[in-house]
Design a protein around this ligand. Structure first.
Ligand SMILES: CCCCCCCCCCCCCC(=O)CC(=O)SCCNC(=O)CCNC(=O)[C@H](O)C(C)(C)COP(=O)(O)OP(=O)(O)OC[C@H]1O[C@@H](n2cnc3c(N)ncnc32)[C@H](O)[C@@H]1OP(=O)(O)O
Ligand SMILES: NC(=O)C1=CN([C@@H]2O[C@H](COP(=O)(O)OP(=O)(O)OC[C@H]3O[C@@H](n4cnc5c(N)ncnc54)[C@H](O)[C@@H]3O)[C@@H](O)[C@H]2O)C=CC1
Length: 279
């Protein structure tokens, strides 16, 4: 139970959340981040309700969690397969799913949002949640680029609203950022941008740039592999949002290639094709 309560106490300045006990967690958005966060929350003993827009998506989320748990167990319970299977079943028992956000937030101590990276859609969701969730419930967003104050302005619980920024893949990445002004993306985003500019200017192939960053700096994935892993729709949402806020900044100029891939539904690993093909 301690994991989420610890993050909340570290990241929220409000006294309203200082002695918080987090038992019941609702996660909204069952995509790659939501599924990963649900897995971590359930593995650390929380009772989790995962919400998305359809049962088909939620079935896929549970399959993703199961697949990831199998990988975790292969390592953690290498010599005890039965204990590993028991662990998987115990974790899965902690996760229920719902398409009804109103009932899902009843009794929830923490609602963590991991839906699309779009301010208006996040605000609409939180505005509804504010009316539906109990007064004590803490709200948090997993946004990777939007100011938390803009998202929280749609609610009346500013003392119980914060950012919990997990990294992808959640079960493997050990960092959660919850301080105002994320650090990683400030350094990471210009790096990804520069990679695509190099490629568009013909300074190197995607493959060469990826190999250079893996062999030269020791990164586990090159920038194009990583962009496909993150999701090109998410990246485009971020780029478009920042350009709107700062139209003269050349760093945020649109990328023709990115726009084309997203328009064609080539969103990266999750759709089977992005910069690279995965089937
Ligand atoms: C060019 C585009 C320009 C656009 C610019 C616009 C910029 C906007 C960007 C905004 C970004 C938003 C993102 C964000 O907010 C923050 C992020 O999350 S950034 C992403 C951070 N993540 C990374 O950098 C990941 C880097 N990759 C890795 O660490 C590894 O490659 C990875 C762990 C994913 C896989 O490892 P690898 O060795 O490559 O492959 P294996 O498959 O062998 O895995 C190794 C090991 O790990 C286990 N494992 C992997 N995944 C999972 C999982 N999901 N669950 C459980 N276990 C997993 C696997 O089983 C292996 O275990 P072994 O025991 O070692 O076999
Ligand atoms: N992909 C990444 O590497 C990272 C993403 N993030 C952030 O996490 C959030 C989610 O990203 P991903 O999981 O990658 O996206 P994704 O596209 O994999 O999943 C988003 C999910 O939200 C669901 N959804 C959309 N609107 C909804 C609504 N109103 N109610 C319920 N469900 C809804 C979709 O059906 C989808 O399943 C975004 O804010 C993103 O910026 C943060 C860190 C890393």
């Amino acid at each position: 139970m301690a994991f989420f309560a610890h993050q909340i106490r570290r990241g929220f300045s409000s006294s309203a959340v200082r002695n918080v006990v987090i038992k019941q967690v609702t996660i909204i958005g069952g995509g790659q981040m939501g599924a990963g966060i649900a897995q971590v929350a359930a593995s650390t003993g929380h009772s989790v309700t995962l919400v998305d827009t359809s049962d088909d998506i939620l079935k896929k989320s549970i399959k993703t969690i199961e697949g990831s748990l199998k990988r975790v167990v292969k390592k953690k319970f290498a010599d005890k397969p039965e204990a590993g299977e028991e662990f998987i079943q115990k974790v899965l028992k902690n996760v229920s799913t719902s398409t009804d956000v109103g009932s899902a937030v009843q009794g929830s101590d923490l609602v963590l949002e991991a839906i699309v990276e779009n301010l208006k859609i996040k605000q609409d969701l939180f505005s509804r949640l504010d009316k539906l969730a109990p007064a004590h419930t803490i709200f948090a967003s997993n946004t990777s680029s939007l100011p938390i104050s803009d998202i929280s302005s749609a609610t009346n619980r500013l003392d119980r609203f914060g950012g919990l920024h997990f990294f992808n893949p959640v079960p493997m990445m050990k960092l959660v950022e919850d301080t105002p002004g994320f650090i990683v993306n400030r350094l990471f985003v210009p790096y990804l941008y520069e990679a695509i500019r190099l490629y568009e200017r013909g300074h190197g192939s995607k493959e060469d740039i990826d190999i250079a960053m893996k062999l030269g700096v020791g990164y586990p994935m090159g920038p194009f592999e990583l962009s496909d892993y993150i999701g090109l729709d998410t990246i485009k949402f971020i780029m478009d949002g920042w350009r709107e806020m700062d139209p003269d900044n050349t760093l945020f100029a649109p990328s023709e290639l990115m726009d084309k891939l997203v328009a064609e539904g080539k969103l990266g690993k999750k759709t089977g094709e992005g910069f690279y093909k995965y089937k």
